[in-house]
Each structure stands twice: as structure tokens, then as C-alpha cells.
Design a protein around this ligand. Structure first.
Ligand SMILES: NC(=O)c1ccc[n+]([C@@H]2O[C@H](COP(=O)([O-])OP(=O)(O)OC[C@H]3O[C@@H](n4cnc5c(N)ncnc54)[C@H](O)[C@@H]3O)[C@@H](O)[C@H]2O)c1
Length: 378
């Protein structure tokens, strides 16, 4: 039997509990320690999970029982913390966006290569059942050649729900870098790499009022555009419109629509693993072929909805990949290409000029239901 790898967390904020709640369903690793700039935050988190120990960041980095560290700090700290993790001789799996510049990404890539370590990054939602079914249908040319499409990720913002929402409105935040990764990563897994982008952007409100607890009434100075509309030209020739905004009260667009030479695919929200996929042949809706996938099965109740949430699937895949010496799907190359695309969208929004994309990446290998099952505990 393969050794269980020891995983530590750096960053014990909002998202850390999702990792701790969902990781036990996956094989190959145990999350055994956590650390944060604020030791009280780490101690409070550890108190809620059996077998989880709070350590200082330095102690976690020096721990012999830790093979991989998950970087759950804020975007502005990702590069520095991931560099420390690699320098300590541990693999890194980072929350998105894993770096905030191409230069940082290339430096991290070189360091990982020098140390013989892996870097992985979210989003991993593209491994979800409905997104993998969309991938299978596109690979089988069920809608022919994908010629164009639209994506919309628009809402009224983050300041009404997140307890500490400042970072969303600072450099490294904004809807392109915060929510865009889910859409752009999914488009790359479906269509391959991006060749160039054009965009326009605006910041309608320079200050945002926090209405969530405990900071209700505080204002945030907005330092990054909050409405950005882009067109992405893929290397395969597909043109995809991406509308992102935190200035929209309501809308009726679907998350992703892809228009092919034979039909269309309507893909559910790439921020989630499951959801309803729909396909047309010509103009007519058609029944989807049978598809069994464990990461499409609802396993959580949110309000009145049952959702499929398999967060940490990307980490489980990276751990299986380390153990079987194969590439991992939520790879550094995929994340870096995605970051370059997102930064290019922001640059194009500022300058009005088309921006060519310089990094390359392979489409991550598809993950059908049988392969996905091998990541789960029996
Ligand atoms: N909150 C969500 O629903 C959500 C969902 C998906 C992805 N994410 C991503 O997860 C990451 C973290 O988000 P969050 O909402 O948990 O943020 P958060 O602000 O709630 O928590 C971040 C934690 O990191 C700690 N930290 C910051 N810099 C550090 C450093 N240099 N060393 C050690 N600890 C440090 C902070 O003290 C804080 O406890 C972000 O990249 C975000 O995009 C969050």
C-alpha cells in the first residue's frame, strides 16, 4: 500500500474548513497540521478538528512529517509563501491565483524544477462530473468544432458575505483574478490554450461599503477594476466572450455556452463540481449519453439545494500523481497559463490593445468516472 502523505495548511481563514471537511473523502493523504501568521487563528482551527495540530509557520516548514503544504493565504502572499514551502523541501498546492505575475510564476517554476518538487494549484472544479462530461463530449466532437461561446460571471460583489473582504478589491483580487480562474481553467481544459485577448474594463465604484459581520459599516478603497469584458482567441480558433463583474445586481446569462459547428453545449457554473449540462444538436435539445461520475453526485446541502463538492480533488490527484510518477492535472503550467491570460485581460482592459499570450500548456488529461473513483477512499 502507498504511504499516506502528510499535508499541512498555511492560512487558516475562511476556506480552510472546506479543505478539512472535504479532504477525508480522498485517498493518499491526511491533513495533520496547520499554521497562520496569527497563531490564535491556527490554534482555534486545530481545536475543531481531531488529529490537526497548530504549529508556527516556521515549525510547519521544518516538520519531517509534512510532505506537501497547501497554501491558503491571501493572493498577495501566495508567491512568497509558496517560495518558502519549496525552499523547505516540500511540494506546494496553492489556492488560486497561485501567483500575481508571470515573472513570479516563472521563478516558482524554476525553483520547483531545481528542487525536484511539484507545484499544483486550484481551481480543481474542472474535475467535476459535469465538466468532465462536457470535456468527453467535446473530445468526441459531439458538437463538432467549437467556434465560439460566452461566459458570464457577474454578481453584486463580495462585501456582503466575506468577513474580511478587502483583498477582493486590491491588486490580485477583482472578478477576473478571483472568479475568472474557474472559467478560464475550465475553458483551457475544454478547448486548449489561449492565443490572445482583448478587453475593456471599468471601476464604477471607487469605495465599497462592507455589510457583512464583523466589519459592517467599514469602507474598502477599490484598487482594481470590478467590471471587465474580454474576448479570448483560442489557439484552435474559437472566440469566447468573457463578461466579469461585481457591479451587476442580477442577470440571466448562463455560466458557459459553447457553440460548435454541429450543436451547442450549455455548461453549468465552473465554480462547482456538478450541475446540469445541456446539449443541442443543431437547434434541438438532445438527451445526453449516459455518464457516471462520482464527482457529480451531490454530497452537501446548501440552503435548499444539494450540491456536489469535491474540493481537494486536485490535491488528491497531485498526490496520486506523485506516488505513480505521472503529471498532475491541476498543474503549474495550467495555472501559469491561466494567470497569464487573466493578467493579459487586465492589461488589455487598461490599454485597449490586444495582448498575445506567451506561455504554453497542455490540456490536462481527462478524468472520467473510473479514474475519479481511484482518488476516493473505499
Ligand atoms: N473563501 C472562499 O470561499 C474561497 C473560495 C475559493 C478560493 N478561495 C481562495 O483561498 C485563499 C484564501 O481565502 P480565504 O477566504 O480563506 O482568506 P482569509 O482572509 O479568510 O484567510 C487567509 C488566512 O491567511 C493568513 N495569512 C495571510 N498571509 C499569510 C502569510 N504570509 N503567512 C501565513 N498566513 C498568512 C491570514 O492570517 C488568514 O488567516 C484565497 O486565495 C482565495 O482566493 C477562497
Amino acid at each position: 500500500m502507498e504511504k499516506q502523505l502528510g499535508v499541512g495548511l498555511i492560512g487558516c481563514g475562511s476556506i480552510s474548513t472546506s479543505y478539512l471537511d472535504l479532504a477525508p473523502q480522498f485517498k493518499g493523504f491526511d491533513i495533520i497540521a496547520c499554521a497562520d501568521l496569527n497563531m490564535d487563528t491556527a490554534t482555534a482551527l486545530a481545536a475543531n478538528y481531531d488529529g490537526l495540530e497548530a504549529r508556527t509557520v516556521e515549525a510547519l516548514l521544518a516538520s519531517d512529517d509534512i510532505d506537501i503544504i497547501v497554501n491558503l493565504t491571501i493572493p498577495a502572499a501566495h508567491y512568497q509563501v509558496s517560495t518558502q514551502i519549496l525552499q523547505a523541501g516540500k511540494h506546494v498546492y496553492s489556492e488560486k491565483p497561485f501567483v500575481l505575475s508571470l515573472e513570479e510564476g516563472l521563478k516558482l517554476q524554476a525553483l520547483a524544477k531545481e528542487k525536484g518538487l511539484r507545484v499544483g494549484s486550484t481551481p480543481d472544479t474542472f474535475l467535476g462530473g459535469s465538466h468532465q462530461q462536457a470535456r468527453a463530449l467535446i473530445d468526441q466532437e459531439a458538437i463538432g468544432d467549437v467556434l465560439s461561446g460566452t461566459c458570464h460571471v457577474m454578481s453584486r460583489g463580495m462585501e456582503h458575505w466575506h468577513p474580511n473582504p478587502d483583498f477582493f478589491f486590491k491588486i490580485g483580487g477583482g472578478p477576473v483574478l478571483d472568479i475568472g480562474p474557474y472559467y478560464i481553467t475550465n475553458l483551457i481544459q475544454l478547448l486548449g490554450p489561449v492565443a490572445s485577448v482583448i478587453a475593456k474594463s471599468t471601476t464604477p465604484r471607487k469605495k465599497r461599503l462592507i455589510t457583512s459581520s464583523p466589519r459592517n459599516g467599514d469602507f474598502i478603497d477599490v484598487e482594481t477594476p470590478t467590471t471587465i469584458h474580454a474576448v479570448l482567441e483560442f489557439e484552435n480558433g474559437a472566440l469566447i466572450t468573457l463578461g466579469t463583474s461585481w457591479d451587476v445586481q442580477a442577470h440571466q446569462h448562463s455560466p458557459i455556452e459553447l457553440y460548435g459547428s454541429k450543436g451547442s453545449l450549455y455548461i453549468p457554473d465552473p465554480n462547482f463540481f456538478g450541475g446540469q449540462l445541456t446539449m443541442t444538436s443543431g437547434p434541438d435539445k438532445v438527451a445526453l449519453p449516459e455518464w457516471q461520475h462520482p464527482f457529480a453526485i451531490p454530497n452537501q446541502i446548501h440552503g435548499d439545494k444539494a450540491l456536489a463538492n469535491y474540493r481537494t480533488a486536485g490535491l488528491a490527484d497531485m498526490i496520486q500523481a506523485i506516488q505513480s510518477n505521472r503529471p498532475h492535472r491541476c498543474s503549474q503550467e495550467l495555472a501559469l497559463h491561466g494567470v497569464e491570460v487573466m493578467l493579459a485581460i487586465l492589461q488589455a482592459g487598461e490599454t485597449g490593445q490586444a495582448v498575445p499570450i506567451t506561455t504554453q500548456c497542455e490540456q490536462p488529461a481527462a478524468l472520467d468516472g473510473t479514474l475519479a473513483q481511484t482518488l476516493l477512499r473505499d
